[in-house]
Design a protein around this ligand. Structure first.
Ligand code: C2E
Ligand code: MG
Ligand code: MG
Length: 591
């Protein structure tokens, strides 16, 4: 290939790129273009006119009059010659023209052709505004001038439509689409691997946005955005482009040479000024997120996501300017992946199962009950601990479905045990979200009845935190359950912040002292005093006391002498699947 050929190929590649970027090909017809095409046909008094775009192998018509198809092959099409030369072409008679005599167009009966080039501001020719006739004909200077004018009108329309899709109407700033495009262009204009910083400012949290919209309406939001956009544009400096990339988010790519430290310092200073200047300062929390990236290496949407995460995480910090952290992102990704996978596990029903850990009466040494604990075997991640996934799902409504699943499985097991003559009480852990479900108590009571169980054979474990999150609602739910005879235990006692006044009013039967107080108790005299006081206090309030996490005989002995009623822990048994649990129970009953 010689250099001229190579140059032509590059120019053609750039031309096609310019055409594709405009997102015009294969879009539906539009009246704004059809109007121009009709004018062209009328002006020449000809039956056929078209806005014809030159794709790699076809001429595609954005608008057409007098033609029934949407495209014709590029080869031997006069419009393709216009695109190649970027100049006006008039063919008075196709049959007398060496280049087009044998073209499909001539074969279809077309004789006359005139086409004016459609040229972008950057000089790429996209195709032609053309008119065609079935008789040989000449074109006057005035007609050709008009054809050129019409081609310019088509280009103005194309560029207008393109710009409209890239400007946010509320702020008048280039939008996310434009950000993505400019980000891609960085890889062409700047050295590969150059380190740069993307900066995102989020004006408000989704909750703040929601309440502002509720109270003040959309006009308030528009005013707030306009104000922030003007303010930011004044700060980022001449020649720096500001983008409106999300409902309340603005972004910019810091100029070359601006490193993370410089960006961070600027953002901190800006935010301090903004807090004093912004009219929304008392109702919103603005935060900045910064993400370093390498030109031509990092993906644009991923960089925006990183900025967004950094801004989110910064909301609760003193400066409210955050820098993207990969490790934080990883843990967030895992949390999100677990949450999504758990939703699926709950539906599929083959990844979840319950294990049972015995509860031992300290005085008699007999097993008097068991706690049902959820286990999740993820097909790829393996066993995921409830200590990891329960806190994640408890932040969402999935917690409700989870308890429903656990409760049903536990009641089924309990009914089976009763049928086998094993009289045990079974404890089930309940999430905070359950206590505010208005029909929770009714559904539990119904479940017990459906399995023909006595209410007292079921105990629900509730943490202090769950109760204190919504004390009134919790009190109502717990009272309804207690009234029906279902036992209530306060789980992880000592780790939350329940007030004694509250505890005293709760219809609970049992307090389970958290294992953090029990672990190492035999080597901790102050801990012994504390646990002793907890046991006395609980007894005085009328509760039975269970100690969790008993791992050594010495600890069991201490608890026995302190008057603790029951224990649970690895000293006696780990949580076990049903069959293993029965073997353990039978062996122990036989002793
Ligand atoms: P929890 O309700 O306080 O359950 C006791 C936890 O302590 C269990 O952990 C149990 O295996 C563990 N454990 C028992 N004895 C010992 C011991 O001697 N030493 C040590 N180191 N640990 C002991 P697991 O099964 O990993 O559950 C962790 C937490 O996850 C539970 O704490 C509970 O808050 C939650 N969870 C488990 N299953 C469910 C469920 O079905 N629903 C809800 N909402 N939460 C659940
Ligand atoms: Mg528990
Ligand atoms: Mg516990």
């Amino acid at each position: 290939m010689n250099t001229t050929d190579a140059l032509c190929l590059t120019r053609e590649a750039e031309r096609l790129d310019a055409l594709r970027k405009l997102d015009l090909l294969d879009t539906p017809p539009s009246e704004s273009f059809d109007r121009i095409t009709r004018m062209a046909a009328q002006l020449f008094g000809l039956p056929i006119a078209a806005i014809s775009l030159t794709d790699s192998d076809r001429q595609w018509f954005k608008s057409r009059v007098g033609v029934s198809h949407w495209s014709i092959p590029r080869a031997q099409a006069p419009c393709a010659a216009v695109a190649d030369s970027s100049s006006l072409l008039v063919v008075p008679d196709l049959l007398r023209d060496d280049a087009f005599r044998d073209s499909p167009l001539a074969a279809s009966g077309v004789r006359f052709y005139a086409g004016a080039p459609l040229v972008t501001a950057e000089g790429h020719c996209l195709g032609a505004m053309c008119v065609l006739g079935v008789e040989p004909r000449r074109a006057t200077e005035a007609e050709l001038l008009s054809l050129r004018d019409l081609a310019s009108m088509v280009m103005a329309q194309i560029e207008l439509q393109h710009a409209l899709g890239r400007i946010d109407p509320a702020s008048g700033l280039p939008n996310r689409k434009q950000f993505i495009e400019d980000f891609k262009d960085l890889a062409i204009d700047r050295p590969e691997g150059e380190s740069r910083v993307a900066v995102l400012m989020n004006l408000a949290t989704p909750e703040q946005l929601d309440s502002a919209m509720r109270v003040m309406g959309a006009a308030y939001l528009d005013a707030m955005l306009g104000e922030a956009a003007r303010w930011l544009r004044a700060r980022i400096g001449e020649g720096q482009k500001l983008y409106h990339v999300g409902a309340t988010q603005f972004a910019t790519i810091a100029a070359p040479g601006f490193d993370l430290a410089a960006c961070h310092a600027d953002c901190v200073a800006w935010l301090r000024q903004h807090h004093h200047a912004a009219s929304a300062r008392y109702v919103t929390t603005a935060a900045f997120g910064l993400a370093p990236f390498a030109v031509g290496v990092n993906d644009c949407l991923d960089v925006l996501r990183c900025c967004h995460n950094a801004a989110q995480d910064a909301i609760d910090t003193a400066s409210r300017v955050g820098v993207y952290s990969a490790s934080q992102d990883e843990s967030y990704q895992r949390r999100f992946a677990l949450l999504r996978a758990f939703g699926g596990a709950l539906e599929q029903n083959d990844q979840l199962h319950l294990v049972y850990q015995p509860r031992i009466d300290l005085a008699s040494g007999r097993c008097v009950g068991a706690e049902a604990l959820l286990r999740w075997d993820h097909p790829e991640l393996g066993a995921v601990s409830p200590a990891e996934f329960i806190p994640i799902i408890e932040q969402t409504s999935v917690a409700r479905g989870t308890t429903a699943w656990v409760l049903e499985a536990a009641l089924t097991q309990l009914a089976q045990w009763q049928a086998d003559g094993i009289g045990l009480q079974l404890s089930v852990n309940v999430s905070p979200a359950n206590l505010v479900e208005t029909d929770f108590a009714a559904r539990v009571i119904d479940g017990v009845a459906r399995h023909a169980l006595s209410a007292a054979s079921l105990e629900l474990e509730i943490t202090e935190g769950a109760i204190m999150a919504n004390p009134n609602q919790a009190q109502m739910t717990l009272s309804a359950l207690a009234q029906a005879g279902i036992a209530i235990a306060i789980d992880d006692f000592g780790t939350g912040y329940s007030s004694l006044a509250y505890l005293q009013r709760l219809p609970a039967d049992v307090v389970k002292i958290d294992q953090s107080f029990i672990r190492g108790l035999d080597r901790n005299p102050r801990g012994q005093a504390l646990v002793g006081a907890m046991i006395t206090l609980s007894h005085d309030l009328g509760y039975r006391v269970v100690a969790e996490g008993v791992e050594r005989e010495t600890i069991a002995a201490l608890l026995r002498s302190a008057g603790c009623d029951e224990v649970q822990g690895y000293l006696y048994a780990r949580p076990m699947p049903p069959a293993e649990f029965i073997d353990w129970w039978q062996a122990r009953s036989g002793e």
